[in-house]
Design a protein around this ligand. Structure first.
Ligand code: ACO
Length: 326
C-alpha cells in the first residue's frame, strides 16, 4: 500500500524582521548574518499568535487542497519544538480549532526533523490499516524560545507552519524513510529549563536557561555529516539513484550547511529548494514550507522524485524520498 501527500498548505506570519532590524538590538551585522547563514530576513509571529494559530492556518489550507473536511481526519500529529504549552499537546488544541471531531491527536518532539519523524509515524498508521487520513503539521513559534541577547542563536530563527494530509495514493508517494538519533550529542542544542530537570526558579530567570542554548559549530558538524549520510541511506533503501532526484528539500538551518550537503551528494543547486534567505530556520516547519513553495509555484510535477532531509536537537536526523503524485 502506497501512502503519499494528498494535501499541502503553509503559513508564515506577516511580520518581516530584517537583519537591519536585528542590528539595532544585538551586536551583529547584516554582513555577518548573510555570509555565515544565508539569512536576510525572517518572519516573527504576532504577540497574540502561538504555534497552534500558525498550525491552524496551514492545516486549513492543506485540507482545502486535499478537498477533505476536518471530520475526514482520523489522526493529527504536530511536529513542534515550541508547543503552545508543555501540555496539553498542541495537536489537541489544533483538533478543536479546526473542528476535527473524529481525530486522535498528539505532538511529536524530535528537534527540527519533527515533521519528517511525524510523516514517518503517520504513514505507519495508514499502512497498518488503523487510519485513513492523517494530518501532519510542522509548526513553530520558535523565536519565543530564543534569547534576544544571544547573537549566536537569535539571528537564525523564524516562525511558520507547514501542513500535509497523508492518505493512500495509487502511484508514487513515499518510497522510503530513514530516522536516526544520537542522544550522546544531546547537550549541543537544548532548552534546559521549564521541564522536570530544571523547573522555573529565580536561578533559571537569572541564567536565562528558559531560552535555547546551542553549540553552533558542533551542530554544524553533525548537520553536514548527517545530511549526506542519511540521504544516501534513504535513497539506497528505495533503490533510487542520486541522479534521479528532481528536488532536494533540506531543513533550512544554514545556507552553508545546505550547499555543502548538496555538493557532497553531487546535487546541483538548481534542484535545491532554498527558503532560508527569507524565512530563516523555522525548525520543524521548514521542510513543509519549502515543499509548499515549489508546489504553489507550479514547479512540482507528477512523477518528480523529492528528497527531504532534516537534522536537529536530540541530536536527530531523518530523510524521506518521495515520488510526487497528485
Ligand atoms: N553576529 C556577529 N558575530 C557573531 C554572531 C552574530 N550574530 N554570532 C556569533 N558571532 C561571532 C562569535 O562570537 C565568534 O566571535 P569570536 O571569534 O570573537 O569568538 C565569531 O562570530 C565566529 O563564531 P562561530 O560560532 O565560529 O561562527 P560560525 O561560522 O560557526 O557560524 C553559526 C555560527 C551560524 C551558528 C553556525 O555555526 C551554524 O549555523 N551552526 C548550525 C546551527 C544550526 O543549524 N542550528 C539549528 C539546528 S536545527 C534545530 O534543531 C533547532
Amino acid at each position: 500500500m502506497m501512502v503519499g501527500i494528498v494535501g499541502l498548505g503553509s503559513y508564515v506570519p506577516e511580520q518581516v524582521v530584517t537583519n537591519a532590524d536585528l542590528e539595532k538590538i544585538l551586536d551583529t551585522t547584516d554582513g555577518w548574518i548573510k555570509s555565515r547563514s544565508g539569512i536576510t530576513e525572517r518572519r516573527f509571529a504576532r504577540k497574540d499568535q502561538a504555534t497552534s494559530d500558525l498550525a491552524q492556518i496551514a492545516a486549513e489550507r492543506a485540507l482545502e487542497d486535499a478537498h477533505l473536511s476536518p471530520n475526514d481526519i482520523d489522526l493529527i500529529i504536530v511536529g513542534t519544538n515550541s508547543p503552545d504549552m508543555l501540555y496539553p499537546a498542541t495537536a489537541c488544541l489544533l483538533q478543536e480549532m479546526i473542528g476535527a471531531r473524529n481525530a486522535a491527536a498528539f505532538d511529536l518532539q524530535a528537534g527540527c526533523p519533527g515533521w519528517v519523524y511525524a510523516v514517518t509515524a503517520g504513514t505507519q498508521f495508514i499502512q497498518s490499516g488503523m487510519y485513513k487520513n492523517v494530518l501532519v503539521v510542522g509548526a513553530e513559534v520558535i523565536t519565543r524560545m530564543m534569547d534576544n541577547t544571544d547573537r549566536g542563536t537569535y539571528v537564525l530563527f523564524g516562525d511558520g507552519a507547514g501542513a500535509t494530509v497523508l492518505s493512500t495514493v495509487e502511484h508514487g508517494g513515499f518510497l522510503s524513510f530513514e530516522l536516526f538519533a544520537d542522544g550522546s550529542l544531546a547537550q549541543y542544542l537544548t532548552l534546559p529549563a521549564g521541564g522536570s530537570r530544571k523547573p522555573f526558579s529565580k536561578e533559571v530567570l537569572k541564567e536565562r536557561s528558559y531560552f535555547t542554548k546551542m553549540d553552533g559549530q558542533a551542530v554544524f558538524r553533525f548537520s553536514v555529516r548527517e545530511i549526506s549520510r542519511i540521504s544516501k541511506k534513504v535513497l539506497d533503501k528505495a533503490n533510487v539513484p542520486l541522479e534521479s532526484v528532481d528536488w532536494f528539500v533540506p531543513h533550512q538551518a544554514n545556507l552553508r550547511i545546505i550547499q555543502s550537503g548538496a555538493q557532497e551528494l553531487g546535487i546541483p543547486m538548481e534542484k535545491v529548494v532554498v527558503t532560508i534567505d527569507k524565512y530563516g530556520n523555522s525548525s520543524a516547519a521548514s521542510i513543509p514550507i519549502a515543499l509548499d513553495k515549489i508546489y504553489t509555484e507550479g514547479k512540482l510535477k507528477n512523477g518528480d522524485k523529492v528528497l527531504m532531509v532534516s537534522f536537529g536537537a536530540g541530536m536527530t536526523s531523518g530523510a524521506i524520498i518521495m515520488e510526487w503524485s497528485r
